[in-house]
Write a protein that binds this ligand. Structure first.
Ligand code: C2O
Ligand code: CU
Length: 515
């Protein structure tokens, strides 16, 4: 199968330019011209866990340098990445409820960056508002100040702060339940290319309730960051940016307006890796960190997924799935039990939405028997259920394509994102019902600050993947989801947006303000 994916252009279905949808994902495939490795030949690995540089009574302090680095992703080739500490994925931060985390990010990249802790309940000035840039040394910051959130910004309204030079401390109280969080770049107009180059990492958050359950831990608690990429013959990961230097002009070339899809599936930065496992239970924290690709995962000749957690924490009870639909930014915390398998068995994780090279994700090979004292209890955690009786305000947000003066944009209720606008002003700690509708293509919708509960999908009961507290909801083309949300924790201005990163960069974002 060597080179199978080479020059692969197979299945880009053209629905008339911008509305291209392929493999159940909005977007167009950029074909690799590199010779891609044969699937299931490269060893699986997990990102390194970051050590704090210091700790005090309340807080763990970390430092991360964002820099350009060379990686060997395709064997024998050198790929330039932009990485947190020069790695892709970035290092994993592990935290425990009750302790605050402060991460000092240093930007040694050639362009501004912003870090968002996705799923974190974080004060607005630390949440990675898209214009809260950390600019590199020597960057003319005045050119960013004018176009930012701070134009017309009312002091004291809780709107995010200022552009900082080179370094910024992000403070994460993390007074929230155990969950699989992740951090990634969120720079206005340029999130897509900057995440594509490698700016994404895990943040795994624990609490005592979770630890008491007896779920698999240690080496058997494994993050899986799934992301598609494209490799050129020289090893680089091309991205169809209008300005390849990512300095001035945002956006991608016309044919990629709906999204940039790769033909090489990486798990934790390795193409189609193979993981050696014991015939025991493992916990996998599945994250779709792709720009535009959605997956339908299944274990070929393997066990089911036993879901124990959603985006924002554990479920009340486990849910079994033969297939798992995972849209961009969603996390599924699952247990896979290999104990019915014998040494030598191979179990392949496939993507039913894929085609040829994108049909394969990774492989597990059972190499040994081991003791297993883990368990998956029938009851996990007590979940508060938000009630429609408490709804104070209902709002509807339509995610659709519009064009203005011949420029195609992705908008929310017809409006392109502006740092200064406010699409919803919501009262702290009250329950609201938000209805999201997707037009033209599918859109995964993400709300910062507070998780939500999905109460209705397309007018019916929520779907199998809608359980628990979510921060991202996957909408099909024409689809609709109603969620209950209660913004507590902090007041201030935050964003909600489509997590197809090309749509987000092309303005499919809105602001809400908690007052
Ligand atoms: Cu994962 Cu606003 O982003
Ligand atoms: Cu979208």
């Amino acid at each position: 199968m060597t080179g199978m994916a080479r020059g692969f252009t197979g299945c880009a279905v053209d629905n008339g330019g911008a509305a291209t949808t392929t493999e159940s994902s909005a977007g167009r495939i950029q074909a690799s011209t590199a010779e891609l490795p044969e699937p299931f030949t490269l060893p699986f690995r997990v990102p390194a866990v970051l050590k704090p540089v210091r700790q005090d009574d309340t807080t763990d302090y970390y430092e991360i340098t964002q820099r350009v680095a060379d990686a060997e992703i395709i064997p024998g080739a050198t790929t330039e990445i932009w990485g947190y500490n020069g790695t892709f994925p970035g290092p994993t931060i592990v935290s425990e409820r009750g302790r605050q985390v402060v991460v000092r990010h240093r930007n040694e990249l050639p362009v501004p960056t912003v870090v968002h802790l996705h799923g974190g309940v974080t004060a607005p000035e630390h949440d990675g508002f898209p214009t809260d840039l950390v600019v590199p040394s020597g960057w003319d910051a005045t050119r960013d100040e004018g176009k930012g959130a701070h134009e017309g910004h009312t002091p004291g309204s809780g709107s995010p702060a200022e552009v900082t030079e080179v370094e910024r401390d992000y403070v994460y109280p993390l007074d929230q339940p155990a969950a699989t969080l992740w951090y990634h770049d969120h720079r206005m107009d340029f999130t897509g290319p900057q995440v594509w180059r490698g700016l994404a990492g895990f943040h795994i958050h624990h609490d005592a309730e979770e630890e008491a359950l007896g779920l698999p831990t240690g080496d058997r608690d494994v993050p899986l960051m799934i992301a598609d990429r494209t490799f050129a013959g020289d090893g680089s990961m091309p991205y169809p940016a209008l300005d390849p230097a990512l300095r001035d002009q945002p956006g991608v070339t016309d044919e990629f307006h709906s999204g940039v899809l790769g033909d090489c599936i990486l798990v934790n930065g390795v193409p189609w890796p193979v993981m050696e496992v014991a015939a025991v239970r493992y916990r996998f924290r599945i994250l779709n960190a792709s720009n535009a690709r959605r997956y339908r995962l299944r274990l070929d000749d393997g066990p089911s997924f036993v879901q124990v957690g959603s985006d924002a924490g554990l479920l009340d009870a486990p849910a079994t799935h033969d297939e798992l639909d995972v849209a961009q930014a969603e996390r599924f915390d699952v247990v896979i039990d290999f104990s019915d398998h014998s040494v030598g068995d191979e179990i392949t994780m496939v993507n039913e939405h894929g085609d040829n090279s994108t049909e394969m994700v990774m492989r597990f090979v059972v190499t040994r028997e081991e003791e297993d004292d883990s368990r998956v209890p029938d009851r996990l955690v007590d979940l508060e259920r938000l009630s429609t009786d408490d709804v104070k305000v209902e709002r509807e947000f339509v995610f659709e394509r519009t064009s203005e003066d011949g420029t195609m944009m992705w908008t929310v209720n017809g409006e392109p994102w502006s740092p200064d606008s406010v699409a919803a002003r919501t009262v702290h700690a009250t329950v609201e019902r938000w209805r999201f509708r997707a037009k033209n293509v599918e859109h995964p919708i993400h709300v910062h600050l507070s998780p939500f509960q999905i109460i209705e999908r397309d007018g019916n009961e929520p779907g199998p993947f809608d359980r628990g507290w979510k921060d991202t909801v996957n909408l099909g083309n024409g689809g609709r989801a109603d969620v209950l949300v209660r913004f507590d924790g902090f007041r201030g201005k935050y964003v909600f947006h489509c997590h197809n990163l090309e749509h987000e960069d092309m303005m499919m974002m809105g602001n809400f303000e908690v007052v």
